[in-house]
Design a protein around this ligand. Sequence first.
Ligand SMILES: *[C@@H]1O[C@H](CO)[C@@H](O)[C@H](O)[C@H]1NC(C)=O
Length: 218
Amino acid sequence: MTGTEMKSLFISLFILHLSYAKETERTGDIVNIVAFGEGRCSDTSYWMKWHWLPMWRMLGSTGRINFEYHPYGIKTTCVDSDDGTDVVCECHHGARECILNQLQSCVIEALPNFEEYMEVVTCIQGKQNISMAAQSCFDGPTKLDRTKMVECAESRHGRKLFSDQEKVVTQLAPEMDWVPWVLINGKRYKEAEEDLWQFLCDKFIDPRPIHCPKKIIY
Ligand SMILES: *[C@@H]1O[C@H](CO)[C@@H](O)[C@H](O)[C@H]1NC(C)=O
């Protein structure tokens, strides 16, 4: 190998190293967030609109956030119907809430990942009723069919999708007594209901990406 060839080999190895380092930094720690909420709960609505969504807009592009949402809260019960072919649910904020939770469950089923479903789920969250939600939440880029989604929400399948989430609560959040209930890497943090962006950056995302705010010294 000549001196020049050697030099260019070193340069390409160096560039390779640089891009590899960048890649591993981007795929560094992944933070797993699982949240539970209720369609007509104003604390859940507030959290989604003012904490979850802004955090996602800042940190989503880092590829470090993984998220899962379950529209199932407290004071909610689902039992098999008398003939066993359906489920009958009662929700914390009444029947209107059940149907919104069912609509959110249908959207979550229809869209394969949270990056797609979360904007729609947030839009449905807190709406007056299913017609208001249907009217305003299906014009986005997801191409979900409004009529199909409403049909799903009002069907046995929609009720089943919703009631099935009770198992997830039992499994991941058996002590849930409040919504929104936010788990980070499997553990519940009350602080995550406030400034989620800051909290994740300061406590969980290491190395700290440039998309983070200034660190708060606790
Ligand atoms: C849904 O809510 C809107 C706004 O409050 C109201 O005008 C409409 O009548 C309601 N629809 C149903 C079916 O309750």
